[in-house]
Write a protein that binds this ligand. Structure first.
Ligand code: HEM
Length: 184
């Protein structure tokens, strides 16, 4: 089992990062939308903190993933893929990377600026920025909340494209991210 990517497939580290982050994103998005509905105040504060902690974990894993991607080759799409499709896939991938970094970063900056940083027990995860309602409002109202919708659209498109490759084009694009098989 290859650790690094090859010209035709993803190595085990890239696949592990992809699926862990995917799973965490599937958990954090509904949590983000429904956490305000928890009526018990204490429980709500805990659920919001879990949302924040999962987000910080996603941020760290994404930074690791960027480094790993830069240090690896990017497996090519099958050579018969039209140029426009290659361009769309690249744009979606880069947008997903950017979105999955800006999203947790905006949440973290907003929470710290609002004086409500995520905490692990008694340890607060702080940033070297001062409290500012204007910054917190900007981070949430202008970045975090609208970007959530953009991310959902991008992720849906990404999943549909993977199914299109697997069930309609019947190539190995999905398989190489699941089990690391090369493409035909
Ligand atoms: C990839 C990472 C993240 C995703 C996908 C995500 C997703 C979401 C979503 C979908 C919402 C609901 C937006 C809405 O109500 O319209 C939300 C709200 C929120 N998120 Fe995140 N989040 C992430 C990371 C973080 C981080 C790291 C923090 C803080 C450290 C954070 C703090 C918050 C807070 C405080 C809210 C409530 C905002 C409000 O109601 O004004 N999020 N998030």
């Amino acid at each position: 089992m290859a650790i690094k990517n090859t010209e035709t497939s993803y190595g085990s580290i890239a696949r592990l990062l992809h699926w862990i982050i995917f799973l965490l994103v599937l958990i954090i998005i509904p949590l983000g939308y429904f956490m305000d509905d928890v009526s018990d105040k204490v429980l709500r504060a805990q659920v919001v903190n879990i949302h924040k902690l999962i987000g910080v974990l996603i941020l760290l894993l994404m930074l690791l993933r960027v480094l790993w991607t830069l240090y690896n080759v990017r497996p090519a799409l099958p050579f018969q893929t039209p140029a426009w499709q290659k361009a769309v896939e690249l744009i979606v991938q880069v947008s997903l990377y950017l979105g999955l970094i800006i999203m947790p970063l905006s949440g973290l900056v907003g929470s710290v600026a609002a004086g409500k940083p995520p905490h692990l027990g008694n340890f607060d995860i702080e940033l070297p920025i001062s409290h500012s309602k204007a910054l917190a409002d900007f981070a949430f109202d202008d970045v975090h909340v609208p970007l959530a919708v953009i991310l959902i659209v991008l992720i849906s498109f990404h999943i549909l494209a993977a199914f299109y490759h697997h069930f309609i084009k019947r190539d190995d694009i999905l398989r190489r991210m699941v089990s690391g098989g090369g493409h035909r």
